[in-house]
Design a binder for this molecule. Sequence first.
Ligand SMILES: *Cc1c(COP(=O)(O)O)cnc(C)c1O
Length: 459
Amino acid sequence: MTIPISAASTSDSTEQDSAQTSVDDQCLGAFSTTAIHAGYDTADNAEACNVPIYATAAFDMHTADHGDALAAGTVSGFSYSRVANPTTTVLERRLAALEGGAEAVAVGSGMAAVSYTLLCAAEGGGRIIASSSLYGASVDAMLSFFPQFGIQADFVDDINDLEAVESLIRPETRAIFTESVANPSTEVADIPALSALAHRYGIAVIVDNTVPTPYLYRPIEHGADIVVHSTTKGITGHGNAIGGVIIDAGRFDWSQGRYPQFTMTEQVISDERNGKFYSFWDKFGFLAFIRRVRLKYVRTLGAVPSPFNSYLQLVGLETLAVRERQEVASATAIARHLSQHPRIERVNYAGLGNTGQASLVARDFPDGVGTILSFTPQGDESRVLRIIDAVHVFSYVPNIGDSRSLIVNPARITHREVSAKYLRAAGVDDRLIRLSIGLEDTSDLIADLDQAIEQAYQD
Ligand SMILES: *Cc1c(COP(=O)(O)O)cnc(C)c1O
């Protein structure tokens, strides 16, 4: 079976009208069909059914004329794998299609995706309004590292408090950044409301959609402008590769004054020999952001994925829908079980629909909020440590979205670099345990937790 797909610009391309794969071209029907077929044509790949791993640093340019055209971007094609690689290109097209975006850039890790995106939006002295309930390394980046590059963050404890968010908007504000479903609290963000507010001021909305994956939630359909993922998690789904992706909805106007980086002329996309100088907005219009990520950030800072890791992510994507369905069902059963357990004080899982967010969850997350949950056992931190030491089926690792079920104490491991103030806002304290539910039998997972909790309270 060949899937018709128009050629995306895969070279270091600078042509204004380079053929783009639109969502319509790529949407091959329902989610799983897209996850298995989008963005790949067997006819271009020796009829190989599986996407080949193009283990090559560079590509033959054949003739001096062709080399010149490739470098000028007047023809599309591959030249060097730091800019584009055919295996990775299939992954990018597939993820763009699944998220309903116009174009994607895959990078070497989720943190590369978060960092490149926030830097690209706020470059040159901008500010970012961010939820304080974010992945630990994202908070640390904005709090103590990006300021070194002249980029400041304004944190808000409740990202759904629109008055608080609006009060932080300044002339330098370039983006509102939130996770769609927070880790580990599983609180969900109201992306339609945030987008409406941000767009009134001409500000972009950037969403880290790692926890729900595009199977459960697609922020672009709800108004977001840019989506990032740690593909290490549910997308790859087997805990066997690190990766990240940036997906651009392709509809934000970067020319309206807040973003001088998109309207200044740049050598890399200009044609000095012929005296023609362009800005990213001149050259790429509504794709200015994602092209700048590729041509400036990936090309300069270099966090490209290996073709092998892109391949593992493509294999993972094929089963994303069935894995998410099974894992969400299991997580829901486990959350219910723990909420009734006499030793458990509190369970955080917005998917139970019993929090203040019930109507928001019902409106925007009808298939579930994801495969992580967290809980607080009775007593002090010593009980947490004993539960962790007593589990057999759960693995004690700082990851989520694996086919194996995972357990961790966030305050000491995944959120260790976050200061107490931000930990509180994220709902993390020493007594919190986070679970990431995998594909083992639900009854084995519940039995494992029960025996571990029982052991932890035998004094
Ligand atoms: C894991 C994670 C990241 C970072 O991704 P890496 O692939 O580990 O670099 C960013 N955001 C969220 C929500 C994550 O869970």
